[in-house]
Design a protein around this ligand. Structure first.
Ligand code: SF4
Length: 356
């Protein structure tokens, strides 16, 4: 079932840092959609091992001697399926609804919310029934109009990381360009923006990049594009006329965090083209973890430097009794004030959408 390292490096997409799966599973129903059929042909021609699975929710047979190995292999596994649940989850505070274009991500950010959200199914799922998903979005828009309805496409994955496989984001951007009452937004840690440049977006899609201080990128974000690559991509996106935003998440208190975040914002300020500053937004999210997340993170990344000491945090009650550990109020306030002050100094025209 395995493919050799030589084969992996030979693949052109692999050389450019794009995700190339080691294994692909297909739901039989996916093959009756043009995208499913195309992907089947593509991966067969490329010699990537293919198997069938009865459901994208229950993929069996991913190899691995132990849980850690199985986890790593699952992150290298692509599952092509049909999205059947067309009831969209809420996605506060960034949008009204989550737009489910994909689930899972091949990168290895230690703090990633997917560690728990899709805990036992860390493989990368893409859905071939994009048109049905978008038609469902149209119904939600219709129900709420004349209010604007916003959809977040990055709730369960980094959609840009699989765009070279599905082209779904491109379709979604073009769909939302035609929606007077619908808006799309998504966030990414990748730089492969080319397929989305030069298409009609009508400024209805907000393109955000997730950025962080060097310390956080270096220690906790393996498998993503570098800060410099993300910044260059942001310049291209702004030049293509998209409304641009940055999410700084997780805001993390490491030794010297004030200087680290100031340096990040100064860097951004010095390198971002003036065109990118129009309509610029920031979203600020402090680091948080749950007990279950901590357990999974330590199991999957045993050498992580990520500090998750419950005694040093504040417990914040959440929905359904599921709480999480955030920074104590005073420390959260310090983070918030520092970021607000530096954003106001360097980007006076930008809007901070929220701090949470
Ligand atoms: Fe998670 Fe985003 Fe990192 Fe992927 S890039 S592992 S979705 S935080």
């Amino acid at each position: 079932m395995a493919i050799t390292d030589a084969e992996k490096t030979e693949h052109p997409a692999n050389r450019s840092g794009l995700f190339v799966p080691d294994w692909v599973f297909f739901e039989p129903a996916a093959l009756s959609y043009p995208l499913g059929e195309e992907l089947y042909r593509r991966y067969k021609a490329e010699g990537i091992p293919i198997e069938m699975t009865t459901s994208h929710n229950q993929v069996r047979g991913i190899p691995g001697e132990n849980d850690r190995e199985k986890y790593r292999n699952a992150k290298r596994t692509l599952v092509v399926g049909v999205r059947r649940t067309l009831t969209f989850e809420p996605s506060k505070p960034s949008a009204e609804y989550a737009l489910p274009l994909a689930t899972g991500c091949a990168a290895h950010c230690h703090y990633c919310y997917l560690n728990t959200n899709i805990g036992t199914r860390p493989y990368v799922r893409v859905y071939v029934n994009t048109e049905e998903i978008l038609q469902r979005a149209a119904q939600y828009i219709e129900q709420r109009k004349p209010e604007i309805t916003r959809f977040e496409a990055a709730c369960t994955s980094d959609p840009l990381a699989v765009e070279h496989i599905t082209g779904s984001l491109r379709r979604a951007v073009q769909f939302f360009a035609r929606q007077p009452y619908g808006r799309l937004r998504f966030v990414t840690k990748f730089h492969h923006v080319e397929p989305l440049l030069g298409i009609e977006h009508n400024k209805h899609t907000r393109f955000r990049f997730s950025i962080n201080a060097e310390y956080v990128v270096k220690h906790f974000e393996p498998g993503t594009s570098s800060f410099q690559q993300r910044l260059e991509a942001a310049g291209k996106v702004a030049a293509a006329g998209y409304p641009l935003g940055f999410i700084i998440a997780p805001l993390y208190r490491f030794a010297g965090w004030q200087e680290g975040y100031t340096r990040l914002l100064e860097n951004l300020h010095d390198q971002l083209s003036p065109q990118a500053l129009d309509e610029l937004t920031f979203e600020l999210i402090q680091h948080r973890f749950t007990k279950i997340a901590k357990q999974l993170i330590l199991q999957r990344y045993p050498k992580t430097k990520l500090q998750m000491n419950e005694a040093e945090r504040k417990y914040k009650w959440g929905k359904y009794g599921k709480g999480k550990y955030v920074y104590p109020d005073e420390q959260a306030q310090e983070l918030r004030s520092h970021l607000q002050q530096e954003i106001a100094r360097l980007f006076p025209q930008a809007r901070i959408e929220y701090f949470t």
